[in-house]
Design a protein around this ligand. Structure first.
Ligand SMILES: [Zn+2]
Length: 67
């Protein structure tokens, strides 16, 4: 599995990425700066934060502490 590219600004090799709903409607993989501008928040039905894990070479879900 490769590191994701932000679907909004096309920044590559993201260490932190959010798979979430955008203000425009559709879901997207976003870098954190894009998420802060375009995201609709974290949580069920809104968005999930991931961090790249160098040991396993996978994205790992970051538990949501929001709400
Ligand atoms: Zn971006």
């Amino acid at each position: 599995m490769n590191q994701r590219t932000c679907q909004l600004c096309e920044k590559k090799d993201l260490h932190t990425i959010v798979d979430g709903a955008t203000r425009m409607g559709p879901w997207a993989y976003m870098c954190y700066p894009c998420f802060t501008i375009n995201g609709r928040g974290l949580g069920l039905g809104r968005g999930q934060l991931y961090h790249w894990d160098y040991d396993t070479q996978k994205y790992v879900k970051v538990p949501s502490t929001s709400r």
